[in-house]
Design a protein around this ligand. Structure first.
Ligand code: ZN
Length: 302
């Protein structure tokens, strides 16, 4: 009921020929917009708002909606794939853990290479951010620019941290046991900034998609993803503490389970974000018709 009740002036408006009753499909051509469907009695206004999405048509127009929609989709897809490659090892621990507290890494899953591929994918996501970065909207451009900066910085640092980690693993460079958890912790902090920026962009651009705006169950919230990142960070802090000798090494698997569960939550979150950005892309590419394309107003005033 939120955006449907605020009806613009309907007085005297008549339906042009594009509109069919949303309930029975009857052609409403030429009927007054304030009336009811002659076949089933549904208010014609219901069919109008179903087709038009008045809330979205009140928002400032994006300069290049097709590009924004595609960039958002490729961005979320590249981060999702980067996350899959990155977390493959943590999540598989949960599935085929060996119980001795060490990663089980089968020879067909060389973790270092996976990590490097993941970092490269993350950096590729920056291309999508760059495509979003020029002022795209007429009005709220400044807030969007700020969110894009957070997103770009967060994604860049996260990808670089993963690349460094992959490099260490591939070359077999000797590092202290706490180096990797520290690196990942830095990546987690960067991820929180990046997610914060992404949240702002989804709010601003997503309003233009009715499916995204009104979905309750399938819309991925950034806050729960940030919570998952915090979970991972906590696992790392726990790990650093244990490796430093603050408590018994036997508790190490607990930190690994925390990390695995957090990673899994993040991956599921990103899978939803990919779907959400697909919705947004779809409605930006093919926006619903404007109100004046559906209704014909009487001549004297607008
Ligand atoms: Zn009808």
């Amino acid at each position: 009921m939120t955006d449907s009740t605020e009806s613009p002036t309907l007085a005297g408006a008549v339906v042009r020929d594009l509109l069919y009753c949303r309930r029975c499909g009857y052609s409403l051509r030429g009927l007054p917009a304030e009336g009811n469907c002659p076949e089933c009695g549904t208010a014609i206004w219901q069919s109008v708002i179903h087709t038009v999405d008045p809330a979205a048509s009140r928002l400032p127009k994006l300069r290049n909606p097709r590009r924004v929609g595609s960039a958002l989709f490729w961005l979320t897809l590249s981060i999702f794939l980067a996350g899959v490659l990155y977390a493959a090892e943590s999540v598989q621990f949960e599935l085929i853990g060996t119980g001795n507290g060490h990663w089980y890494t089968p020879p067909w899953l060389p973790e270092g290479q996976l990590r490097i591929a993941s970092g490269v994918l993350g950096l590729l996501g920056l291309i999508a951010v760059a495509r979003l970065i020029r002022p795209q909207a007429e009005a709220p451009a400044r807030i969007i620019q700020m969110n894009l900066s957070w997103l770009a910085i967060g994604l860049a640092v996260w990808s670089l941290v993963i690349l460094v980690r992959g490099f260490i693993e591939v070359t077999g460079l000797i590092v202290t046991p706490v180096t990797i958890p520290w690196l990942v912790l830095i990546g987690d902090i960067a991820a929180i900034f990046g997610l914060w920026g992404m949240r702002g962009i989804f709010i601003a651009v997503g309003l233009r998609s009715r499916e995204y705006r009104t979905s309750r169950s399938s819309r991925q919230g950034a806050k729960s993803m940030m919570a998952a990142v915090c979970g991972d960070a906590l696992g790392r802090i726990f790990q650093i503490g244990l490796l430093r000798g603050c408590a018994d090494d036997r508790y190490l698997p607990i930190s690994e389970i925390i990390i695995a569960v957090s990673s899994l939550m993040l991956l599921i979150g990103f899978a939803y974000l990919v779907m959400n950005s697909w919705w947004i892309r779809r409605s930006l590419r093919k926006p619903p018709p404007q109100l004046d394309e559906i209704l014909q107003y009487p001549q004297q005033d607008k």
